[in-house]
Ligand binder design. Structure first.
Ligand code: TMP
Ligand code: ASP
Length: 237
């Protein structure tokens, strides 16, 4: 499969059209951003680490029965994916209190919830990704009631697959964000699953091993991503 034209360049990935109308190529770049793109840096190896991390997780999810857009890894920092029509919402699941829910509800970071909490956000950096609910998604016709139900169920199903996977590597899956799209009418998991879009804490020390290291200037950002990858058994090239 060959790249043809650049379709879109996001904050950390560039998307290319290919000679197949049903496929795109994702190029994971070394760019890191936070706080809706206002904080920026280039971190050596990030693109390759995240591409290989994502390939591993997407393959695990696919094997466990989740329909994903992932087709194959193409190079160290590129993957072939199915071309989805993306739904502009972010599906977040939280197992432990961190990030925006702490500010919103006045919680201490680190509290484990009795049940995983599901939240929808509207994907719009200029508006700081505001929290929304099912009614907004229906009123703006971003997705049908059936698709909303599928997004919730699939995002929670991913928790049941990934929480034990990370736990075996001595890592707590604190929270994560997923995005979905449609492929010939079917709801499919798109975008990526990397330490850029989730929170991962060392189970013993509580050390942060995700993008909070970049957000909070904790240093060794990519070293932490590589540590997680190694602990999951991913062989990075
Ligand atoms: P939050 O605490 O900022 O709401 O984020 C919850 C989780 O979802 C966290 O792991 C980061 C991820 N996330 C993104 O990666 N991008 C986003 O735009 C949002 C809203 C969340
Ligand atoms: N995903 C957003 C960004 O990269 C928000 C964040 O991660 O802080 O700007």
């Amino acid at each position: 499969m060959n790249k043809t034209t650049e379709l879109y360049s996001g904050k950390a990935k560039t998307v290319y059209e290919t000679d197949s109308p049903d496929h795109l190529i994702l190029e994971f770049r070394d760019d890191a951003t936070a706080f809706d793109g206002t904080k920026k840096a280039s971190l050596a190896r990030k693109g390759a680490v995240n591409n290989q991390f994502n390939a591993f997780i997407m393959t695990q999810l696919q094997t466990a029965g989740i329909n994903t857009h992932f087709v194959e890894q193409r190079s160290a920092n590129e993957s072939v994916v199915k071309r989805l029509a993306m739904i502009p919402v972010e599906c977040v699941v939280r197992n432990i209190a961190a990030g925006s829910i702490c500010k919103r509800l006045g919680l201490e970071e680190g509290q484990t919830f009795a049940e995983p909490i599901f939240e929808f956000f509207y994907k719009d950096d200029a508006l700081h990704d505001p929290m929304i609910n099912d009614a907004h998604i229906l009123a703006f016709q971003w997705a049908t009631a059936d698709e909303i139900e599928q997004m919730k169920q699939l995002t929670l199903a991913v928790n049941n697959i990934l929480k034990p996977l990370f736990a075996e590597a001595g890592i707590l899956l604190v929270d994560y964000k997923l995005e979905f799209g449609r492929f010939h009418g079917e709801l499919v998991l798109g975008d990526e699953f990397t330490p850029d879009g989730c929170r991962l804490w060392d189970a013993d020390s509580g050390e942060k091993l995700d993008k909070d290291r970049f957000r909070r200037d904790l240093g060794n950002v990519i070293e932490a991503y590589e540590d997680v990858a190694n602990r999951l058994g991913i062989t990075l090239t």
